[in-house]
Every structure is written in C-alpha cells, then in structure tokens.
Design a protein around this ligand. Sequence first.
Ligand SMILES: C[S@@+](CC[C@H](N)C(=O)[O-])C[C@H]1O[C@@H](n2cnc3c(N)ncnc32)[C@H](O)[C@@H]1O
Length: 165
Amino acid sequence: MEDAEHHIRSNIDKPVLYQRFINIFKGRGVFATEFISKGDFVVEYRGELLTQQEGEVRADQYNDSAKVFLFHFQWKGRTWCIDASEEDSSLGRLVNDDHKRHNLKMKAIQANDEPHLCLFATRDIVAGEELTYSYGDSDWPWRTQVIKTELSSSPKPMVRTLLKS
Ligand SMILES: C[S@@+](CC[C@H](N)C(=O)[O-])C[C@H]1O[C@@H](n2cnc3c(N)ncnc32)[C@H](O)[C@@H]1O
C-alpha cells in the first residue's frame, strides 16, 4: 500500500512497465519488463476524478472510443468516475481487459483525501507478460469478437472439438 501511495503522490509510473502496440484489434497494451510478485502495486489508473453526475455528462458527450476510458466505481457510499481519456503518458489507461485470465485487480486507495484507482498483481507475473484486469461484467464487444475470430481463423479444428464434446 505504501508503494501505491508513493506512486500516487509522485504521479509517476513504475519503471517495470512498458507499453507497445499489439495489433489493430487490441491497440496498445502494457507489459512487465521484470518479475512482479503477487500482491504488489503495479500501476495507477490515472485520470480526472469526477462525480457520478459529471461522469454521466461526459459519457453523453464522448464517442465510444473515448467513453471506454470512463471508469465508474463506488467509494465511501457514492459513485465516482475517473476520466482517463486524455492521451497523456500514463500507462494505467492502456491496460487491456481480460475477464478470464487477468493478472491484476483494481482497488480504490485513499490518498490526499481522494480515491485513486490502483491495479495490484493477483499472481506472480513474469517479464514479458501482458498486464490485464477485468473491466467488469459488461458485454464488451471484443469478448465475443475473440471467439468469432478464433472460429473463423481455424474452422475445422473448432468443429472437430465441438463434435467430440
Ligand atoms: C482503456 S483502453 C485500453 C488501451 C487500448 N488498447 C489503446 O490502445 O488505447 C480500452 C480499449 O482497448 C481495447 N481492448 C481492451 N481490452 C481488449 C481485449 N481484451 N481485446 C480487444 N481489445 C481490447 C478496446 O478497443 C477498448 O475499447
């Protein structure tokens, strides 16, 4: 927790992370440059803190690609929103979704009397692994598109597997 607070206050990302372009489907992602231990603070989802109402106004104004950077969460009995749509150099905003095999979990940490969304390792992570967390239970389009892509790129093995089961 101290490590998270230090990085929140200093407004910097850890040097154990880097971003790179993955493909046109996923865009950019964030990767580990070295081993990260289970439980470690990894990166803050930095952005502008908004009230629920302000977040709803932004959601109405934004197009779909900006809207996905609005993260709504509960803290001290109220709904808040972090708007990370600004293309700054912070890495937390570039961490992709994986609802089945993610290696990070998000928690709200209090610092400077405000909530900050921080990602922590849910297991040991080795150098070169992509960092991911679950964006929640919504039906994000890419979750079903992944299945469609796998089916269309290898139709025969998929059909054989389905017939066996
Ligand atoms: C918060 S941004 C993450 C950074 C993004 N990849 C980028 O390059 O700006 C969320 C967007 O990333 C993409 N994304 C995130 N997770 C994905 C996944 N598992 N598969 C495909 N695209 C994903 C989607 O386009 C989504 O709208």
